[in-house]
Design a protein around this ligand. Structure first.
Ligand code: MN
Length: 212
C-alpha cells in the first residue's frame, strides 16, 4: 500500500510515545538539490526535537496517547496549549514534507490529480506558479501547500507550525519554507530552493495518493 496521509497516525506513534518516523529514503538521496548535511540537521535535529518536545509536553496529560491529528485539533488556537500544538503540528508537517519529496520526483502529475489541477488552474505550470508564489510570499517561517478544498485542488500557505488540517483542508503535498530547510544549500535564496524542488523532487504520486 502506498504511504499517504491516511497512514501517518500509526507511523508517528508507538503506544503512547511519539516516534521519529523513518525517512522514506537515504539521507543523501535528494542530492544535489538537498544535501545529506541539510537532511541530517533537518531530520536528525529539528524534526527529532519536535518529537522529543511533544513527548515531554504531553506526558501525564489527557492528550498523551492521542493521535497527532487529535492533538492538533484539540490544541489549535489555544494560547495556553501553543507549545503542544506547535510541536505536534511540526512532527506531522515534517513527516508530510519528507513524503512530498522523492529522489525520482519532479516531472508532471498524472491521472486524477492532473485532471483536478487542470480544472482548478488551467495547467500544471500555472499550479506550480501559484504554489511558488505562496512559498515566496509566506513571510518568515512556514509552509506552502497543495490542498483539497472540498472537491477542488487549491493552494494554501501557513505560518510557523500552522496546518491546513485546522482549516478543513486536506493536504496533498507541502514545501517547508523555514530557513532551516534550505539555508545550508541555498543560503537566503528561497526562490532557487522552491524552484529546484518543484522541478526535481516534488512527489506528485504522493499528492495523488492523498486525494483519498
Ligand atoms: Mn522544517
Amino acid at each position: 500500500m502506498a504511504v499517504n496521509i491516511d497512514n501517518f497516525s500509526t507511523a508517528a506513534q508507538s503506544g503512547s510515545d511519539y516516534v521519529l518516523a523513518p525517512l522514506p529514503y537515504a539521507d543523501n538521496a535528494l542530492e544535489p538539490v538537498i544535501s545529506a548535511n541539510t537532511l541530517s540537521f533537518h531530520y536528525g535535529k529539528h524534526h527529532k526535537a519536535y518529537v522529543d518536545n511533544l513527548n515531554k509536553l504531553v506526558a501525564g496529560t489527557d492528550l498523551a496517547g492521542q493521535s497527532l491529528e487529535q492533538i492538533i485539533a484539540a490544541t489549535a488556537g489555544q494560547a495556553d496549549k501553543a507549545g503542544i500544538f506547535n510541536n505536534a503540528a511540526q512532527v506531522w508537517n515534517h513527516m508530510f514534507y519528507w513524503h512530498s519529496l522523492s529522489p525520482n520526483g519532479g516531472g508532471e502529475p498524472s491521472g486524477a490529480l492532473r485532471e483536478k489541477i487542470a480544472a482548478a488552474f488551467g495547467s500544471v505550470d500555472n499550479c506550480k506558479k501559484e504554489l511558488t508564489t505562496a512559498a515566496l510570499t509566506q513571510f518568515g517561517s512556514g509552509w506552502a501547500w497543495l490542498v483539497l478544498d472540498g472537491d477542488k485542488v487549491a493552494i494554501a500557505k501557513t505560518a510557523n507550525a500552522d496546518s491546513p488540517l485546522t482549516k478543513n483542508l486536506r493536504p496533498l503535498l507541502t514545501i517547508d519554507v523555514w530557513e532551516h530547510a534550505y539555508y545550508l544549500d541555498f543560503q537566503n535564496r528561497r526562490p532557487d530552493y522552491v524552484g529546484t524542488v518543484l522541478d526535481k523532487l516534488v512527489n506528485w504520486e504522493f499528492a495523488e495518493a492523498n486525494l483519498g
